[in-house]
Ligand binder design. Structure first.
Ligand code: NAP
Ligand code: MN
Length: 280
């Protein structure tokens, strides 16, 4: 029997490196690029990547997510932070060697987190849909927003205030937290609705607290006044006149991160970002 005299070439992992404009980010990017360029297990390309390395901050990871959101079934993300602490970043800029070691040992493990789906329906019937990794918000620009809020078809309240934000679990530590929302662990398959400066007095009443809504349920917000509205999701924002309805639910897709031994636990991130070391 003749022996086959070749070994099958291992499947190459396609890797995209995305960095923000900071000097330190570019340095980290070129270090990773040089390390992987001659490694036959990896193929560097911004097209159809399997792994996306985002270098910068959380904002950079949000941008990378939107760049590749059409390929969520295939891609895994990993963040390297070149500033202060980040929520979506597992490595700091001085940990590139550890990162490369873990990347070379990677067996395809991933950890996935829920995403939000929003649908905006205009008065003329036009529909805009988008996904968010952090949150989506509806705000009225020049006057108090008056809007009816329903959860899964049940009318909850007539809201009056600046607007409403709906966040994912991983987005709960971003804008949602600044407006008094709860911090939600990302393995909880739910999303959160939080009010922005609601009017509450003898005449007007809203729930007042954030509400956590499970997967499969839907929040509907129907503005009651003609006017100019800001619809934002993650780091994008658009102004529309005459928004008839905005709906939110958990998306059927998730975002996956590289689950290297360095993947930081959620409560560890929360402590690092908001509490730090305190004397007890
Ligand atoms: P940015 O103005 O740089 O973001 C504001 C801060 O939020 C940055 O420090 C950013 O971290 C941090 N951040 C982003 N996602 C986070 C998360 N999931 N958990 C904890 N902190 C997070 O703008 P950006 O970088 O393009 O990010 C857009 C996001 O900023 C929005 O989705 C919104 O959540 C948040 N934001 C918050 C406020 C507020 O709290 N008042 C106002 C506007 C926007 P990096 O420095 O690492 O980027
Ligand atoms: Mn930022």
């Amino acid at each position: 029997m003749t022996q086959m005299n070749y070994t099958a070439r291992p499947k190459q992992t396609r890797v995209a490196i995305i960095a923000n404009g900071k000097y330190q980010s570019k340095r980290v990017a070129s270090k990773i690029f040089s390390a992987l360029k001659h490694d036959r297990n990896f193929y560097l390309s911004k097209e159809n990547p399997d792994i996306i390395i985002s270098i910068g901050g959380d904002g950079m990871l949000l941008s990378a997510f939107h760049m590749y959101e059409k390929a969520l079934d295939r891609v895994r993300f990993v963040g390297i932070h070149t500033g202060h602490l980040g929520f979506y970043t597992d490595y700091r800029d001085f940990e590139v060697d550890t990162f490369l070691k873990n990347l070379r040992a990677d067996q395809g493990e991933k950890i996935s987190y829920p995403l939000l789906r929003m649908t905006v329906t205009m008065a003329d019937g036009r529909v805009v849909t988008a996904r968010a990794l952090n949150e989506a918000s509806l705000r009225r620009l020049e006057k108090t927003m008056v809007a009816d809020v329903s959860i899964n078809g049940t009318f909850l309240e007539r809201f009056r205030g600046d607007g409403i934000t709906v966040s994912t679990p991983t987005g709960s530590t971003a804008y949602n937290k600044s407006i008094g929302g709860a911090v939600l662990h990302p393995t909880v398959e739910a999303f959160q609705m939080t009010e922005i400066a609601s009017l509450n007095n003898r005449v007007y009443r809203t729930l007042g607290s954030s509400a956590i809504i499970p997967k499969g349920e839907k929040v509907t917000i129907e503005p009651k006044r003609v006017g100019s509205y800001s619809v934002s999701f993650d780091n994008k924002s658009y102004n529309y006149r005459n928004v008839a309805k905005m709906e939110f639910s958990l998306d059927d897709k998730k975002i996956s991160f590289l689950s290297t031994p360095h993947h930081t636990g959620f409560w560890e991130r929360v402590k690092d970002a908001f509490i730090g070391e305190v004397e007890v």
